[in-house]
Design a protein around this ligand. Sequence first.
Ligand SMILES: [Zn+2]
Length: 282
Amino acid sequence: MGLRVAVAFGVVAALGCSGDSPAPGADAGVLAPTPLEGHARILWVGAHPDDELPSAPVFQEVCARAECVFVSMTVGERGNCHLADGCQPDLPTVRRAEFAAMGRYLRGEVEIVGLPDGSAGTPEGVVGAWAARAGSERALVDQLRALVERHAPDAIVSFDPRHGTTCHPDHRATGQLVVVAADELGFDRDAVFLVESVIVGVGDTEAIGFRPADPEDPAVAVISIAPRFEAIVHLMTEVYPSQFAAETVAGIQTAGPDGRTWSVLPVTEAVADRPAYRALCP
Ligand SMILES: [Zn+2]
């Protein structure tokens, strides 16, 4: 697969609310049923504020009915600052406010764990840095277990540790830790969902938007988010203005139907050694 996940990395790093009022598109078209359908309490765990972005059209729909909690492992203190007047008083403050605004827009609680952002170049390095902060790897997993128990979800959504949507080590570490914590808690593996969307092409190819990491994996559900794609644009422009340059927004808006998809896989169906996944990230 010629997926340019690494190249496109800057997109989500570059992809990043401001209003309290329901946004344009909030009552837009209806998506086909997703595997989140029927769950009453949904927990998203990302690494940075804005990591939920590729899933936003789905959350916009399901969180109108279900209770949703959005957790970010870091405040994203090493993120972008695209605000014309700079990020005042500092980037963490801006990103906390943006994440809170996202929670109002998608109608969920938000929580930031506060682990360091961008601490290492590999998922193992990130787990190590986060473990050092927590006291030990055991303490880190316990922290996540406590988080899951406190929010008591009946479905969990996070990154697939095999690619983390953008290959970002923080994303991959987050997915890995979530799966470990959920397994230790005996959480139903059919209700732990990995986002299989990867971001391709913005800025460097004709293939633009969100695609399944392994389009040949028969277990992956690929759902059109075209009816609610505006939720992504709204988040980029109105909710996370510090994170997205105008040209990134313009790029994502040119995505065709194939790029306006959300891909997801329950952990039960994630086959660790499927070669296509191994080839995705450096
Ligand atoms: Zn991220």
